[in-house]
Ligand binder design. Structure first.
Ligand code: PMP
Length: 305
């Protein structure tokens, strides 16, 4: 059960039970919303809650809104402040998942984005792991990733998550933990809700952001940490499906997923079939960074209290 008591709804913080919409809401019927997934981490030593990369997420929300002809009545700074205010009001002393959502709120029978009302809400819940296992068994999905001229993947569009849900469901029902989804051109795109890296000869390789992937914030963090902290060479280039089968390591990264090693793809062992050595190092470094424990990256962490 969610452990939250409040939401930001129609311009103010209200009890969560008051944050309700009609069944006629446009976004509920047509998927016309865009959102973010943000995490905050509880640092027990400092008794502090740090929101990770808050500004970057709110900037991406603004970009998603532009693509969807949405007017967001709050600046990036105001969105950051709303988030801090809500978390303070909740008084969380644990890890938290934060969900800002901009949505078409009219009770309207009309498949369009123009001349409609946009509303904004933000809620947060205490949250642990998104992907349970720290050593994932995954498959290449039979579903293809939506592409820029169908539903833009670089916008975090609510309705687009049907594509993610189809891929994830197929993977789960077939006994895997996650899916790797190929783009329409047959190259590797990403997971259902995470970006992907592989390691070959100590080089990190990830699909470029023109390959129908979400412009992942964790992806950018991993690129920077790998380069600055582990001295690794990072290459952004298209990845063939069969490169997954011969990589030394493959891992996912995302706000929800964090950094998660993959040990098996389509019944083939990744490397020796155990995580490492690079992905666990990055996972550990990422954990320290998001908890505000690495001075050089402390500016990525917004304190709540
Ligand atoms: N791709 C998709 C489809 C996602 O839903 C997510 C999660 N937001 C990601 C990648 C990872 O993005 P980020 O690191 O910004 O959370």
């Amino acid at each position: 059960m969610p452990n939250n008591q409040y939401a930001f709804f129609n311009g103010q913080i209200v009890p969560i039970d008051h944050a309700q919409v009609s069944v006629m809401t446009h976004a509920l019927n047509y998927g016309t919303g865009c959102f973010e997934g943000i995490r905050a981490y509880w640092n027990a030593e400092e008794e502090q809650l740090f929101i990770f990369k808050l500004r970057a997420h709110m900037e991406r929300l603004h970009r998603s809104c532009r693509i969807l002809y949405m007017q967001l009545p709050y600046s990036v700074d105001e969105l950051c402040q709303i988030t801090v205010d809500l978390l303070r009001k909740e008084g969380f002393r644990e890890d938290v998942y934060i969900r800002p959502l901009v949505y078409k709120s009219d009770p309207l029978i009309a498949v369009r984005l123009n001349d409609t009302t946009d509303s904004f809400t933000l809620w947060a819940v205490g949250f642990g792991q998104y992907l349970d296992s720290s050593a994932l068994r995954v498959c290449v999905s039979s579903w293809r990733r939506i592409e820029d001229n169908i539903i833009p993947s670089r916008a975090k569009v609510a309705g687009a998550y049907i594509n993610s849900a189809l891929a994830k469901t197929e993977a789960l029902l077939n006994g895997y933990d996650e899916a790797i989804v190929l783009g329409s051109d047959g190259h590797v795109a990403e997971a259902s809700a995470a970006n992907l890296f592989l390691v070959r000869n100590n080089t990190l390789i990830t699909p470029p952001i023109t390959s129908d992937v979400l412009e992942g914030i964790t992806r950018q963090v991993v690129i920077q940490l790998a380069h600055e902290r582990l001295g690794l060479h990072v290459v952004e280039r298209p990845i063939d499906r069969t490169e997954l089968y011969i990589a030394d390591e493959v891992f996912f990264c995302g706000t929800g997923a964090e950094v998660k090693p993959i040990i098996e793809i389509d019944h083939r062992k990744v490397g020796e079939g155990t995580p490492g050595p690079i992905a666990p190092l990055l996972a550990q470094l990422y954990r320290e960074v998001v908890h505000g424990k690495v001075a050089a990256y402390r500016e990525w962490c917004t304190p709540v209290y």
